[in-house]
Design a protein around this ligand. Structure first.
Ligand code: HEC
Length: 302
């Protein structure tokens, strides 16, 4: 006859399997989470099908002003303005920046005055009712390369070089995008046709941009001896454009830090005051002593 031993073994095996299945469940959940994370990582960090329409996602570059308490590198703003003046200003305007804005940010007042005076500005009318040209002053805007949009388009094969005053705020990806765009020119990959007059750049949505590459090693000569490699030049001009769009950044962070310190001190004081004021209530013990009349115990009759 059969003994009961195999039956017991079967039952033990079944119990083991059910314990095993919960381990399996956890393992598969962990795998699912891991796979999800990996997919998200890949989605954010690699080329995908929509890349051509949206542009390649730019990497994150370590600009100091991007960190919580980081501020602008002002020497870099100074070099960046030089790059803007010598390279980008041939096609791009910077309407929201005036010469005076540069004073004490990247240049001394005398330096800015001297730079402004190199340009002629139309002014007037004078006392004979005529317009005249005069050298630039601190209150003048940075001069535009073209008098109007039509002239700008005519000189750039129909494309309009946008005003760069707010460009780091106006593009998805901000400084990272502008840096990636300016350094991202390459030959089109096999099978990609770029129309005559356009240039292949994977970071630009659509992949073909009307602006040609214009930053190369040595394209400007720095006065402070910083190596003038293409990546350094691009970093400087992007830092400058970031300052142009957010000139209040340094001040804003300083105020933010002060506000956080001040409000946390005020919070601590108000918590202490609250404790103090509530102390008498919180430590009060309420005891109820019923009046004698409520006492229903039969009173002794005299
Ligand atoms: C020869 C003229 C020319 C020069 C020099 C030039 N650009 Fe451009 N730029 C253009 C044109 C044209 C466009 C518009 C491109 C388009 O819409 O396809 C443009 C577009 C841009 C854009 C906008 C891209 C976008 O996402 O829409 C940025 C940012 C830019 N330029 C930055 C610069 C910087 C920084 C410099 C200097 C280092 C510079 N450009 C020098 C002609 C120029």
């Amino acid at each position: 006859m059969f003994s009961r031993a195999p039956l017991m073994a079967l039952r033990r095996a079944a119990q083991g399997a059910s314990r095993g299945s919960s381990t399996l469940m956890w393992a598969s959940a962990a795998t699912a989470v891991g796979a999800g994370g990996a997919l998200l990582y890949l989605e954010r960090n690699s080329a995908h099908a929509n890349m051509e329409a949206e542009g390649l996602h730019p990497p994150s570059y370590p600009f100091p002003q991007k960190t919580l308490l980081g501020t602008f590198d002002h020497a870099s703003i100074r070099r960046g303005f030089q790059v803007f003046k010598e390279v980008c200003a041939a096609c791009h305007s910077l309407d929201l920046v005036h010469w005076r804005n540069l004073v004490d940010v990247a240049y001394t007042e005398e330096e800015v005055r001297a730079m402004a005076e190199e340009y002629e500005y139309r002014d007037g009318p004078d006392d004979k009712g005529e317009m005249f040209d005069r050298p630039g002053k601190l209150t003048d805007p940075i001069p535009r390369p073209y008098p109007n949009e039509e002239a700008a388009r005519a000189a750039n094969a129909g494309a309009l070089p946008p005003d760069l005053s707010l460009i780091t705020k106006a593009r998805h990806g901000g400084v990272d995008y502008i840096y990636a765009l300016l350094t991202g020119y390459s030959d089109p990959p096999p099978g990609v046709e770029v129309r005559e007059g356009l240039n292949y750049n994977p970071y630009f949505p659509g992949g073909a941009i009307a602006m040609a590459q214009n930053i190369f090693d040595g394209v400007v000569e720095y006065e402070d001896g910083t190596p003038n490699t293409a990546s350094q030049i691009t970093k400087d001009v992007v830092t400058f454009l970031n300052w142009a769009a957010e000139p209040e950044l340094d001040e804003r962070k300083k105020m933010g830090l002060k506000a956080v310190l001040l409000f946390s001190m005020l919070t601590a004081v108000s918590l202490w005051v609250k404790r103090n004021r509530w102390q008498s209530l919180k430590t009060r013990k309420i005891a109820f002593a019923p009046p004698k009349a409520w006492d229903h115990k039969p009173t002794k009759k005299h």
